[in-house]
Design a protein around this ligand. Sequence first.
Ligand code: S3P
Length: 438
Amino acid sequence: MHGLNQRYTVRPGGRLAGRLRVPGDKSISHRAIMFGGLAEGVTEVDGFLEGADCLATLAAFQAMGVQVETLGAGHVRVHGVGLHGLQEPAGPLDLGNSGTAMRLMAGVLAGQVFDSTMVGDASLSRRPMRRITEPLALMGARIETAQNGTPPLRVRGGQRLNGLDYAMPVASAQVKSALLLAGLYAEGETCVTEPAPTRDHTERMLTGFGYEVKRDGARICLQGGGILSGGRVEVPADISSAAFFLVGASVAPGSDLLLEHVGINPTRTGVIDILRLMGADIEVLEEREVGGEPVANLRVRHAPLHGIEIPETLVPLAIDEFPALFVAAACAEGETRLSGAAELRVKESDRIQVMADGLVALGVDAEPQADGIVIRGGELGGGTVDSHGDHRIAMAFAMAGLRAAWEIVVNDCANVETSFPGFVATACAAGLEVAVEA
Ligand code: S3P
């Protein structure tokens, strides 16, 4: 993807209006392929995100003998092979830019009879993997990382796994999910305790596939040795993709936008809470439940924002939305302070540093801190920023154009394809004047 790099040029000003549906939820789409592949029977997925990250998971399962039919427009049919039906892949599994794919699959691969290797792109190859390999090793898994705990991961098959009772040091749904997936293959019970609530799509989907998962407060447990039963998964629109539009419409005078069929799982809605604390006007309409996940339409209108101290309890519930939220803070009156968010430094890029650099380049007063940032809102100028190949940084700075004084150029945007195929067309249709050059 880095070969054909892309640059966004954003004309200053404008507003967002109309109605739109952003692509399917990335977290749920990954899990639909994995659980569908490991289930007995056929799983039909609607609303699947055909972005590079989820397609990497799909290709990895195909490489292990799972048949997947792509029937177009987010409709895929996964022919499950059962928990013990995967086959040894012919070569390394390439997970591209996707930390979710690599970490969750480590839990699955730890339980197989065959050896496997997972590799990723330059960004993924810098991301920490000991957070999963260490607890998996406690279960009996054998996984080697590179010397500094980064990919590639070499997974030795044929190990007997035992249940584990693990208190996670970081609030990570990826770690929780990797352990629960390995727990499917373990003898006895596997329990994970989270230090703060994290997204619970794994628990919900396991339940949807007929697998018993028990939650007692912050502790989630399952017994190994059961089976998953395939069925239907309906993937809502991704609130993490909707977030760019929630911010864009909030900051651009005259905006009034309806975002359709957005997943509003309470472990994902921190972005709405934070924006509302800043003064945003977001209405949650037509709440309903679809396939075990809550969904709603979100109406967002422009409102003057003010700076806040972001409550630390909301950090894991908005973990992917901070690039967009930092742009909101830059457009807000007064100071916004974030702390307790050191995890942002080990995402697809170091999101604290890269966002601070970009905001400063646009003339904003932004001070990075070890575990957060301080942003003093005001006028945005314009200029050139670098996304460092991070999809969410690219989209966040595109939205900043709505309030810029002059043009913004965003470099290294090709990875927007990982989570939001069609972003430029969707954003233009809503009113952002953004052009893309190869
Ligand atoms: C994800 C969990 C989060 C999030 C990532 C997707 C998931 O990561 O940042 O984009 O699907 O489980 P952590 O759990 O590592 O915070």
